[in-house]
Design a protein. Structure first.
Length: 209
């Protein structure tokens, strides 16, 4: 994915306000043992790019003048109640160095699983993204969690899914096998099934006249 950037010659809160009024977004690009650069972006272009999931978990080509630099989105500041991007941070990518980032989880085949088809179970997504480490060339846009064979009562951990080649999980707080999803039947559904199975609840007595 590619986006356009231009060098930002002025800095400070007043200059940033003027940029935003002109439809521009102040941003910064840093890392890879090079000086940080203050840049600016077109608001409409970056706003629509940020709405794409892949923009958040892909190596991006930043077009700065006549040069292309590979970067990774690191942070976005939004206006508290307006659909307005206030500031964006990018990090340069070194093809030879391991990078750390978050990648979204894609849960697939839930509707065809025995838990949902036969028991109307609910699959709760405990986490929706994963902290990973890999070389830039191995960075996946997402990681799939296949739910095709899950049954009621299943508990899905990281060890139950297959990470892409070259990708490792980055543990936080010593958790090496985090919980990803659970499969349960709602309590109301269990109550309905219990009533239906009870012989004394099959037919209600007729009222006496």
């Amino acid at each position: 994915m590619e986006f356009n950037a231009t060098l930002r010659s002025v800095q400070g809160s007043s200059a940033s306000r003027r940029l935003r009024l002109a439809g521009r977004v102040p941003a910064i690009v840093y890392g890879s043992a090079q000086p940080s650069l203050n840049i600016e972006l077109d608001h409409n272009e970056i706003f629509h790019a940020l709405r794409k999931e892949s923009f958040h978990a892909s190596i991006l080509n930043m077009k700065l003048g006549d040069q292309l630099q590979q970067v990774l989105l690191r942070d976005v500041q939004w206006h508290p109640y307006k659909q307005l991007v206030l500031h964006v941070d990018f990090q340069r990518v070194d093809a030879s160095k391991i990078l750390h980032t978050k990648v979204p989880l894609h849960f697939i085949n839930a509707d065809t699983s025995p838990a949902v088809k036969l028991s109307a179970a609910i699959i709760s997504h405990v986490i929706t993204e994963l902290d990973i480490a890999c070389l830039p060339v191995d960075l996946p846009q997402f990681i799939e969690v296949d739910l095709e064979n899950v049954i009621v009562g299943s508990i899905i951990h990281l060890a139950d899914i297959k990470l892409p080649l070259g990708v490792t999980y980055v543990s936080h707080g010593g958790e090496v096998n985090p919980l990803i999803a659970t499969v349960v039947v709602p309590a109301a559904r269990k109550g309905d099934d219990d009533v239906a199975a009870s012989p004394t609840a099959a037919v209600a007595p007729e009222p006496k006249v």
